[in-house]
Design a protein around this ligand. Structure first.
Ligand SMILES: Cc1cc2nc3c(=O)[nH]c(=O)nc-3n(C[C@H](O)[C@H](O)[C@H](O)COP(=O)(O)OP(=O)(O)OC[C@H]3O[C@@H](n4cnc5c(N)ncnc54)[C@H](O)[C@@H]3O)c2cc1C
Length: 530
């Protein structure tokens, strides 16, 4: 009889075990802020490595269901989400995974705190981050809109910690005509005579988290011109007080490669009542605050999934023996994991840097220069980290050998779920083109680019490692000269944006490493004179 039994990978408290997160927080947060938020992070780390992770493994085969018809022939379009998602909703509300950013207990740094909570929460909750991202984005969009009636009506629900009062929000932009070129949208908005209410008619082709209580969506008021400017941004509530859909038919749930716990639906809007959020035109521009937030969440999710794969892989490497020693003692296996860890750490510092700037912009502490930098970095960060997440997830699966390909290990889902990150909230190409637009947002390419350059060079100040500094400088110089040449800019936009992304990632890594080494040295003690 074969007695060998392989020990599976295991997780401990995901906050205490995360050197990268803890070291980063020690650098950017004042000591009193860190000590104030530590308990909330440790608690989320405990849930993520314990109860939620166990529930996630047990929940593996469950999926959301759509019941279109009631027993007596009435259309009900009822969505049931999985047990893990129900638990996740409660924990998210009660632990303030959205609310923390709006309570602003620590000013702009509350956004960093909230992103750290989201980062810990995300990998154990099967993309419950999707409705949370849209909820956060909807709250920000409504607050920015100045529409006091809608702010009073919806925002308290979106940012509450009371799970009974908590609402999530959907974001319905993509139609059959296109998710990138949303200006082609065909949904029509007809105003009810003598009222501010519109009725929406059309088909929405991808609507995630369809169990949400409200949504922000785009539609063209009758008589408006074609294109993005002719669309308006609308607010709607999905169900009436009896729980019936408000003239919304859920035609089917998408049969997706990953994110299978997320109920993503195809809808027909057939007279759905809706309110204008901010004027009868410019819907694409008016929904931008939502996209900035969901792109930030996308980056945080990318690093969260990378971290989860690596946490499992490093643990497994200490348990799996091959050729006479644990994999963790094999130089080539260690080198393979170290390369992935480097991708993760670079992505981590980029995503959280964007969180820092986002926090400043939300509290009004941001300078014009940094506002421009945030505009430039958001698409670059989203596209760079999305690509890294897929690559790292694929390698993580390989690091487990055959087990990485077997469903009941809970590993393959990491790759499937990561694969959505470069697609939704703007594909890599679409964001690469957006990067070019961002660099020109003030009509002068040099402004955005110069601000980017200053941000990168600022990270290198006082850095002694000449080799690393020269790698950053040469990538930066190459990007600047390539852009200045002005040839085939559009065709090269993806390579250009990824180069900018990896350049600032290296610069941020160097900056953190410099701080980390000096800080470690200082903490051991410098002054030895008695
Ligand atoms: C799981 C999932 C959930 C989703 N949930 C939602 C949701 O809740 N709400 C919502 O509104 N949408 C949602 N989407 C839709 C998603 O945002 C779109 O699929 C995405 O924006 C791309 O749009 P598309 O599918 O129409 O592809 P297309 O726009 O047709 O793009 C096809 C390809 O062409 C490329 N491309 C497009 N334009 C250009 C260009 N000018 N130059 C170069 N290349 C270009 C793209 O990069 C892409 O590779 C979801 C998608 C998925 C997969």
């Amino acid at each position: 009889m074969n007695l060998f039994q392989q020990a599976p990978p295991a997780l401990g408290n995901q906050y205490y075990e995360d050197r990268v997160l803890r070291s980063y927080l020690a650098r950017v947060l004042p000591a009193d802020v860190l000590s104030d938020i530590q308990e909330s992070l440790a608690e989320m780390g405990r849930l993520a490595g314990g109860e939620l992770y166990e529930l996630q493994l047990a929940d593996r085969l469950n999926e959301p269901t759509l019941t279109q018809w009631g027993a007596w022939g009435n259309r009900i379009d009822k969505i049931e989400v999985t047990p893990l998602w129900r638990r996740a909703e409660r924990i998210a509300a009660e632990h303030g995974v959205v609310a923390t950013a709006y309570e602003q207990t620590h000013g702009s740094l509350s956004r960093v705190h909230q992103c750290a909570l989201a980062y810990l929460f995300t990998p154990s909750t099967d993309i419950y981050s999707c409705p949370l991202a849209m909820t956060d984005g909807a709250a920000r969009t409504l607050l920015n809109s100045g529409n006091q009636a809608l702010i009073d009506r919806a925002v308290p629900h979106l940012i509450t910690r009371d799970s009974k009062e908590f609402w999530t929000a959907g974001q319905w932009m993509t139609e059959l005509t296109g998710g990138s070129d949303v200006g082609l949208a065909e949904t029509i908005a007809k105003q009810e005579p003598g009222s501010n209410t519109f009725r929406l008619y059309g088909r929405k082709w991808f609507t995630s988290a369809i169990a949400s209580q409200m949504a922000l969506t785009l539609a063209r008021p009758e008589g408006n011109p074609p294109g993005g400017r002719g669309l308006a941004l609308f607010y709607l509530e999905t169900r009436d007080e009896h729980g019936h859909p408000r003239n919304i038919q859920i035609n089917r749930l998408k049969d997706k490669l990953g994110t299978r716990k997320v109920p993503t639906a195809e809808l027909t809007l057939d007279g759905t009542p809706a309110q204008l959020v901010k004027g009868p035109t410019d819907g694409v521009r008016n929904i931008a605050p939502l996209l900035n937030i969901t792109r930030l969440w996308n980056g945080i999710s990318a690093v969260a999934l990378m971290r989860r794969g690596l946490a499992l892989s490093f643990d497994y490497a200490s348990k799996r023996v091959a050729f006479g020693a644990p994999l963790s003692e094999k130089p080539l296996h260690r080198d393979t994991l170290a390369t992935l860890q480097a991708e993760f750490e670079a992505a981590f510092h980029f995503a959280f840097y964007v969180a820092e700037l986002t926090g400043k912009s939300e509290t009004g502490e941001i300078s014009d220069e940094d506002a421009l930098l945030l505009r430039v970095l958001t698409p670059i960060m989203k596209l760079t980290t999305g690509k890294q997440a897929v690559m790292v997830a694929s390698e993580v699966l390989e690091s487990f050998g055959g087990a990485g390909y077997i469903e009941d290990t809970g590993l393959p889902v990491l790759l499937r779920d990561s694969q959505v990150l470069p697609i939704w909230e703007g594909t890599t190409n679409v964001l690469a083109l957006d990067t070019l637009r961002a660099l020109q947002s003030d009509g002068d390419t040099q402004q955005g680019l110069k601000r980017f350059e200053r941000a990168v060079l600022g990270c290198l100040e006082g850095v002694s490692d000449a080799r690393l500094v020269s790698v950053v400088r040469s990538a930066l110089d190459h990007s600047l000269t390539w852009l200045a040449k002005g040839e085939a800019i559009e065709a090269g936009a993806r390579r250009f944006s990824l180069t900018l992304g990896r350049t600032i990632e290296l610069a941020l890594l160097i900056k953190h490493e410099q701080w980390s080494s000096s800080n470690r040295f200082a903490s051991v003690g410098v002054d030895h004179i008695f």
